[in-house]
Design a protein around this ligand. Sequence first.
Ligand SMILES: [Zn+2]
Length: 83
Amino acid sequence: MSDVPSRPTGACRTCGAVLPLTTDFFHRDANNATGLKKQCRVCACDEAKERYAANSADVLARLRSRRIERTALWESTGLYEAA
Ligand SMILES: [Zn+2]
């Protein structure tokens, strides 16, 4: 009455969840012996989101500094009135 797993499982390196070693739960990784990443899809997705968030924060910071430069230019011309 023990549930014998029909497929091998693997623990996610990041969250520790034990999941079937299939592409339903892990992204493919040709460099791994299992052919799958050691991180579950959820964690890989989270990481991608974080990376995206970090990148967009970087982009926003760059845009903001541009705007400050622009504002300073406007101020120097006397055409911009700061509130
Ligand atoms: Zn995970």
